[in-house]
Design a protein around this ligand. Structure first.
Ligand SMILES: Cc1cc2nc3c(=O)[nH]c(=O)nc-3n(C[C@H](O)[C@H](O)[C@H](O)COP(=O)(O)OP(=O)(O)OC[C@H]3O[C@@H](n4cnc5c(N)ncnc54)[C@H](O)[C@@H]3O)c2cc1C
Length: 409
């Protein structure tokens, strides 16, 4: 007879969001069951680009940069190429410039966070997939299936934190967040090896991919993650697959060709969807909070989601802790502060990014924008200020924002 699992919080999915949620709940004294259909280490299709602010968040959970950088590459420069290959360079050209961000293969990065979460969670069910949820008032009753032998285990939890990624089964079961093509990107990733890459990341706003882009993110001195992020609507109207467009850009974009000369693909191209943060709908329901990609917290112009996955997981754990300590039921009403938090703190930044993405949809705008940005510092500054930053509502009306745009070096 298997032990009955009864916990404060059941976390579904053990990627960066789920593992962070488990760690944060444990830190606050809650009991946790961590479930993932995969066994770790597992791969995750991604650009592997980890912004500096993510490392800062992880420091709060006791991670040191070196714990995460056992395999990975520190980055101190960003190069953005417009449709006519005008280049804007951000960051120092000196080799010893301080690290701004990093590129770490997700197999390694996710495993580093998972290992810690695994060691502190009360129950860890890897290789188990969620199959059903029932709300029985005081408890959520979950059934998870062992993928090897089909055995079902029951978990009783006061609250569920759903961190099961872009195709969240939890969200589908609970009829939360209807996936919508207008708020999705498709992505492909391909590793290239065999030449020396310096510590720069490269974004190619090629006219074939707008408003998406192709990236080259080095994960080691001799290996780069090369990928593409493409609007679903764009792909449909051009009648070509994302793979065709990716191969065409690799073959015909002169700067990209130069950058990859001498390098060879090391494995198969792999794809995954990116649900974007502008997707309308509630991220809570009775007994459950969605976090990370399950909540579609991906920046609409950069495709970056790791920072938001970790940030939202920390916030969800904070909510869970408050409810357990105050002995309150996790009703939708009691979870409302989480909804208000993401709408106030994350959504305005997504709207600014979405605005930029819609501008980049135009070849003419992008051509002009990146030409000016390669020549005029304030235009380059404007891009980096809006690109990927969680900006507060009304920031364009704030004179300090424009002062920074003009004066930033
Ligand atoms: C092509 C591409 C490039 C990207 N590039 C970047 C980038 O460079 N930088 C960046 O910040 N972001 C990037 N992103 C986004 C980033 O990958 C996600 O935002 C991030 O992985 C979200 O983490 P998560 O923990 O929410 O989900 P995931 O990392 O997807 O983890 C979800 C987990 O849930 C598990 N799971 C799923 N279903 C079930 C189930 N039924 N039962 C149990 N477990 C389940 C999965 O096995 C998985 O381990 C990219 C995404 C794509 C597709």
């Amino acid at each position: 007879m298997q032990e009955k699992i009864k916990v404060d919080v059941a976390v579904i999915g053990a990627g960066p969001a789920g593992s962070t949620a488990a760690l944060s709940c444990h830190k606050n004294g809650l009991s946790v069951a961590l479930v993932d259909k995969a066994t770790f280490p597992r791969d995750k299709v991604c650009g592997d680009g980890i912004p500096l602010k993510t490392f800062k968040l992880l420091e709060e959970l006791g991670f040191k940069e070196d714990d995460l950088f056992k395999n990975g590459y520190k980055i101190n420069r960003l190069k953005v190429y417009g449709p006519q290959n005008h280049v804007t360079v951000y960051g120092s050209l000196q080799a010893d410039a301080s690290t701004k961000s990093g590129c770490i293969p997700r197999t390694e990065f996710d495993y580093a966070i998972y290992r810690r979460a695994e060691s502190v969670s009360d129950y860890v069910l890897s290789g188990h997939k969620l199959v059903s949820i029932q709300n029985s008032g005081d408890f959520q009753v979950l059934e998870v299936e062992n993928r090897e032998n089909g055995r079902i285990r029951r978990i009783e939890a006061r609250l569920i934190i759903a961190a099961d990624g872009a195709n969240s089964y939890t969200a589908r079961l609970l009829k939360l967040l209807k996936r919508d093509q207008a708020h999705h990107f498709d992505g492909l990733r391909w590793y290239f090896k065999g030449k020396k890459f310096d510590s720069s990341v490269h974004l190619f706003y090629d006219s074939r991919t707008l408003p998406g882009y192709v990236w080259v993110f080095p994960v080691a001195p001799d290996m780069a993650n090369v990928g593409i992020m493409l609007n679903k609507k764009h792909k449909k109207s051009s009648g070509r697959t994302i793979r065709d467009i990716f191969l065409e850009v690799i073959e015909h974009n002169p700067e990209l060709k130069k950058l990859l000369a001498g390098a060879q693909p090391v494995n198969e191209m792999k794809g995954a969807p990116l649900p974007l943060g502008t997707l309308p709908g509630s991220r809570i329901t009775d007994g459950t909070i969605l976090v990370g990609d399950a909540a579609a917290f991906i920046n609409p112009v950069t495709g970056g989601g790791i920072y938001f996955a970790i940030l939202s997981a920390m916030k969800a754990a904070e909510m869970a802790t408050r409810l357990v300590r105050e002995n309150k039921l996790p009703t939708k009403e009691n979870l409302e502060p989480y909804e208000l938090w993401w709408q106030r703190k994350i959504l305005p930044g997504f709207f600014y990014s979405d605005w930029l993405k819609r501008k980049f949809d135009s070849d003419k705008f992008s051509g002009r924008f990146f030409r000016w940005s390669s020549r005029f510092k304030p235009v380059a500054n404007f891009f980096i200020m809006v690109y990927g930053r969680p900006l507060p509502k009304g920031v364009f009306k704030n004179p300090l924002f424009w002062l920074r745009v003009i004066l930033m070096r």
